[in-house]
Unconditional design. Structure first.
Length: 300
C-alpha cells in the first residue's frame, strides 16, 4: 500500500497514512516518506505506539542518529544516567531520572521551558539535525502542544528589499544561548566549550525541495558584521515574521502520535502545560550529513 498524505495546514504539514512504522519499511516506503517530507516538511503519523527499540529502528532508516544537547552535559566525559535504553533517545518530559515528576526548580523543568522558544534542533552543531521524530507516550489533559512554522514559506513572504538585505548574511549559533536567555547559567567551563559555536547562512536552499528558506531560531545569538544589538534585533524581526499565527501549525498530541519534522527548514516550539501533570515524549533525531559533505560553514 502506498503512503498517502492528508494536508493539515494550507502552507505545510500533513498526516501520513498507509504505513506501519512499527515494522521495517521497504525502500519504496522510505522514499515516499522522504518525498512527503520534502513537500510538507512536517508529517504526523497517528495511533502507532512505539517501544524504544521500534522508535530507534524506524529512525535509523533515515540516517545516522544524533544526541544533540546531551554533549553539553557530558562535556567530553561519560554520558550521565538516562531513563532510556538508547542514549540517542532524548527525554522530552517532566520526569526525573527516578521516574517521578520533576521538581519545578530542577534543570529538567528549565529544559521544558527552553523548548518553548522557537528553535531548530541542533542548529548549534556541525553536522546539524535533519529529521526529528517526536513520539507521544503520555500527554497531559491540557496544554503541551507543539507548534511549527515553515521557513521556506517565511522566505517566500519576504519582499525584495528584505531578501536583498539578507543575502550573504551569516548567523552564529551557540548551544547554550537559549539557556542563558532564561537565566540558566550554572555550567562549567568544560560544558560551555563542549559544543563550539557554528556559523550558518541565514538564507539557504533546501536540498530536498530546491526552495530557499530562512535558518534562524533561539540558538542564533548574532550576525557576523553587525553589532550584537543590531544582529539580534534583525533575528527577532525575522522570527516574528516567520511565526505569524496564520502560518503556524499547532499539533495537539494524542498518545501514540509520531511527528517528524525537517529541522533544516522548520522551526518548532513546545507550549506551556501544568508541570505537575505527567508528560512523556521521546525524540530521536538524524544528522544532516549531506549538508556537511556539501561544505557548509564550519565551527567558528
Amino acid at each position: 500500500m502506498a503512503v498517502t498524505f492528508v494536508p493539515l495546514h494550507p502552507v505545510f504539514a500533513a498526516e501520513a497514512r498507509g504505513v506501519d512504522i512499527r515494522r521495517p519499511l521497504s525502500a519504496g516506503s522510505v522514499r515516499e516518506i522522504e518525498d512527503g517530507m520534502n513537500r510538507f516538511a512536517v508529517l504526523v503519523i497517528r495511533g502507532q505506539a512505539l517501544t524504544q527499540d521500534q522508535q530507534i529502528a524506524f529512525t535509523r532508516q533515515f540516517g545516522e542518529l544524533d544526541i544533540g544537547f546531551r554533549r553539553v552535559t557530558t562535556a567530553g566525559g561519560p554520558l550521565p544516567p538516562h531513563r532510556f535504553a538508547h542514549q540517542e533517545l532524548a527525554d522530552i518530559s517532566n520526569v526525573a531520572i527516578d521516574g517521578e515528576v520533576a521538581a519545578r526548580e530542577s534543570r529538567k523543568i528549565v529544559s521544558n521551558i527552553a523548548n518553548q522558544l522557537w528553535h531548530a534542533d541542533s542548529s548549534f552543531q556541525q553536522p546539524r539535525a535533519r529529521y526529528s521524530m517526536l513520539h507521544a507516550v503520555i500527554v497531559p489533559p491540557k496544554g503541551g502542544e507543539t507548534e511549527f512554522c515553515d521557513e521556506r514559506d517565511a522566505y517566500d513572504r519576504l519582499d525584495g528589499d528584505a531578501r536583498a538585505r539578507l543575502d550573504g548574511l551569516v548567523a552564529e549559533h551557540f548551544a547554550l544561548h537559549s539557556r542563558f536567555l532564561l537565566g540558566d547559567t550554572d555550567y562549567s567551563e568544560a560544558q560551555v566549550k563542549a559544543i563550539r559555536p557554528v556559523r550558518w547562512p541565514i538564507v539557504q536552499t533546501h536540498a530536498g525541495s530546491g526552495r530557499k528558506h530562512l535558518y534562524i531560531g533561539a540558538h542564533a545569538r548574532g550576525i557576523e558584521g553587525m553589532t550584537v544589538a543590531e544582529g539580534r534585533m534583525l533575528l527577532m524581526d525575522l522570527l516574528e515574521h516567520a511565526t505569524q499565527r496564520e502560518y503556524v501549525y499547532r499539533h495537539r498530541w494524542q498518545s501514540g502520535d509520531l511527528v517528524i519534522w525537517d529541522n533544516r527548514c522548520v522551526l518548532h516550539r513546545g507550549r506551556a502545560y501544568d508541570f505537575n501533570q505527567r508528560r512523556e515524549l521521546r525524540r530521536s533525531t538524524t544528522l544532516d550529513v549531506e549538508t556537511e559533505h556539501r561544505g557548509e560553514p564550519q565551527p567558528a
